[in-house]
Design a protein around this ligand. Structure first.
Ligand code: ATP
Ligand code: MG
Length: 391
């Protein structure tokens, strides 16, 4: 079967007036930018987006990319015919015939043209009857093996058999900018993804302890950023050398507070570093109670070091669910590669689980915090990370 079009569906309740146009314009632009094929015709049509496929375009490539565009709820490869009963019937028969063997099917027509002479029901019946006659299959309205959808829009009928899910959410970039603290672990890439999916342009900040940790750990974070970049396009990655700060903290402060002091410094550095990106919030992969540093007391003691709000999209998620999501978005396999964690290198044996901000501030009084932050800023490097695709 040669598909001539793709119909892209989006859904967001409460999309009204100017917001709706903004959403749709951003979505069309992001689809074009993500697929990145010159001359691809992408346009809005009756509450959907129509992509017209030229010759010689790889359907795999286009499908892989569309699956990564936030705002897309699902899409369908379709054949386009004139909206007459004979044409639609003929196309439905050909489409069903081209699919794997099956016994039951239904036709599901929808129309946006109010002046179209038939109701959706009429189309279902007529095309369904034609397919029964031609193929000898049975119509089953509930859970059939095949559903042939017919969308009648803009004086065309688009027929398709399979819908491909997209991420849902909102077009990338429509909700402002945030800075995500990206470790090499499983959680923070998922947290960053959730923000990207809700339309926040996300810059990434990673703290590494080279030369005490290997360059492979930084390479791994680059890979994670390149996977996340599929969802928002070329992305900024800040790499902050953290070893000197850690050494200072280690020499000057009580061991049990170290992890929290590192984290509070990360907050301050991330905030100062991304000020010029006009970020509205910091994002972490913290999940309540997951590890000792993520008790309610510790999470809030860490957050208090920042003046920006700290968003924690995974705070109420179970590890299982986070792993499922990581697999779905494609970061899991990279996250589980061995790496040395910057904080493990300098880790105390019994970290505080209920730190009070007053105690942390007392420890911090032994440090020259502004100087440490400044020093980190000066040594930070920036990279632009391009999306890494399979096709
Ligand atoms: P993850 O799976 O994201 O590594 P985690 O379960 O290991 O998280 P923590 O080590 O307590 O949890 O880290 C909490 C959060 O702090 C991370 O999700 C991440 O947002 C941030 N973070 C930790 N280490 C780093 C790092 N080296 N660079 C940037 N951010 C970090
Ligand atoms: Mg970690």
């Amino acid at each position: 079967m040669t598909f001539s079009s793709i119909i892209v569906h989006y859904r967001e309740i409460g999309l009204k007036g100017r917001n709706r146009a903004r959403f749709e314009d951003a979505l069309v632009k992001n689809i074009k930018d993500t697929i990145a094929l010159r001359g691809l015709d992408v346009r809005r049509i009756f509450g959907r987006i129509l992509i017209t496929l030229g010759q010689d375009v790889s359907h795999e490539l286009i499908a892989e990319r569309l699956r990564h565009v936030p705002g897309v709820s699902h899409f369908l490869f379709a054949v386009r015919v004139a909206p007459t009963m004979p044409e639609m019937s003929q196309a439905a028969v050909a489409l069903l015939q081209s699919s794997e063997p099956f016994t039951t099917f239904r036709i599901e027509a929808r129309r946006s043209e109010k002046d179209f002479p038939f109701s959706s029901m009429d189309v279902n019946r007529a095309v369904g009857a034609a397919a029964v006659a031609a193929l000898g299959k049975r119509v089953k309205l509930v859970e059939p093996e095949r559903t042939c959808t017919i969308e009648i829009v803009g004086r065309n009928a688009f027929l398709s058999l399979a819908r491909v899910p997209g991420p849902g959410g909102l077009p990338a970039g429509i909700s402002g900018t945030v800075a995500a603290l990206l470790s090499g672990g499983i959680d923070s890439p998922v947290a960053a993804y959730k923000m990207i999916k809700r339309g926040a342009r996300t810059v990434f900040v990673h703290f590494h302890s080279m030369p005490f940790t290997s360059p492979a750990s930084v390479a791994k974070v680059r890979d994670l950023a390149a996977i996340l970049a599929r969802f928002q396009g070329a992305s900024t990655l800040y790499l902050v050398p953290f070893a000197d700060i850690q050494k200072t903290v280690m020499m000057e402060t009580a061991a049990r507070y170290r992890v929290l002091l590192y984290r509070r410094l990360m907050m301050r550095v991330a905030e100062a570093l991304t000020r010029k990106d006009r970020v509205g919030a910091l994002v972490t992969g913290e999940s309540l109670g997951q590890v000792a540093s993520q008790t309610l007391q510790n999470i809030s003691a860490i957050g208090e070091a920042a003046t920006l709000p700290v968003l924690r999209p995974l705070v109420g998620d179970d590890k299982e669910d986070i792993i499922t999501e990581a697999r779905k978005i494609g970061t899991f396999e990279t996250s589980i590669q061995p790496h040395d964690d910057c904080c493990q290198v300098f880790l105390p044996r019994s970290p505080a689980t209920k730190a009070r901000v007053a105690d942390l501030e007392m420890e911090e009084a032994r440090l020259n915090i502004p100087a440490l932050v400044q020093q980190a800023l000066e040594k930070t490097t920036v990279e632009e990370i391009q999306p890494k695709w399979q096709n």
